[in-house]
Design a binder for this molecule. Structure first.
Ligand SMILES: [Fe+2]
Length: 250
């Protein structure tokens, strides 16, 4: 990630805000909830202004002809945008190491929807002082996943979330919003505009995880298959996890 993150100079950022939520579920459900976006359009109205749920899988059969055409156009836009960003010196293509590896990792420069600048209520930058040496707000969202974290690096700010299992039924979700170290609240950025999208999204996800957990601990619960279209990343995650258990003697 060194080359990809260099322009954001995270070492010279500061934490503008931090939140901690204790989700009422185990860490597997917290990660699984994060790895699919089938739930996004019906649960995350704030995030969906800037985030494109199609990026995390869709079932072509469930789309109307109009939506399918839109998905195809979106795919073509990705190819063009990724090529343009890379030609300008910004690594953007997806890199995945999700199974058959000790650490679980994925990165891709994602297109931000709408105004295209940042994950804010109107998709415009929240901070007028950009991160590091960034001079542009149109470089999308450098997304990074691990097996205990997810991150979004945008021109004006970054959102970094890590999860810590507390017990079999509780998981700490800690999120930090990073801005340039010299950015001043009230002058360069509005704290509510900076944080409101992911504050709302995290609350919504906590509710989903709690509901899922109360379902899976019910004696009547029977697991079903993962959707090959919208839950492929969940399958990758549990495959990685089972492999690591085996590699460590379980
Ligand atoms: Fe979510």
């Amino acid at each position: 990630m060194r080359e990809r993150l260099a322009p954001y100079d995270i070492a010279n950022s500061k934490v503008a805000f931090q939140s901690e939520i204790i989700e009422k579920g185990n860490w597997k459900l917290t990660i699984e909830n994060n790895r699919e976006c089938y739930h996004c359009s019906s649960n995350h109205p704030e995030l969906c202004v800037s985030f494109i749920d199609l990026d995390f899988g869709f079932d072509p059969a469930s789309l109307s002809p109009e939506d399918r055409e839109e998905a195809e156009q979106h795919q073509a836009l990705y190819e063009a945008r990724t090529k343009a960003w890379e030609a300008e010196g910004y690594p953007s293509a997806a890199v995945e190491q999700l199974v058959d590896c000790a650490t679980n990792f994925r990165t891709q420069r994602l297109i931000i929807a709408g105004a295209g600048e940042s994950q804010t209520p109107d998709a415009t930058a929240a901070s007028s002082k950009l991160l590091g040496s960034m001079t542009r707000k149109d470089l999308g969202d450098v997304h990074l996943w691990g097996h205990n974290c997810w991150h979004h690096f945008m021109g004006d700010h970054a959102v970094c979330t890590m999860i810590i299992p507390l017990s079999a039924d509780e998981t700490l979700v800690r999120t930090k919003w990073l801005v340039h170290k010299d950015a001043v609240e009230g002058r360069d950025y509005d704290l509510d505009k900076l944080t409101s999208v992911w504050v709302a999204t995290n609350e919504q996800d906590a509710q989903l995880v709690a509901r899922s957990y109360s379902g899976v601990v019910d004696p009547a619960y029977e697991p079903g298959p993962y959707s090959p279209f919208t839950e492929g990343q969940l399958d990758n995650f549990v495959t990685w996890y089972i492999d690591r258990m085996r590699a460590n003697g379980y």
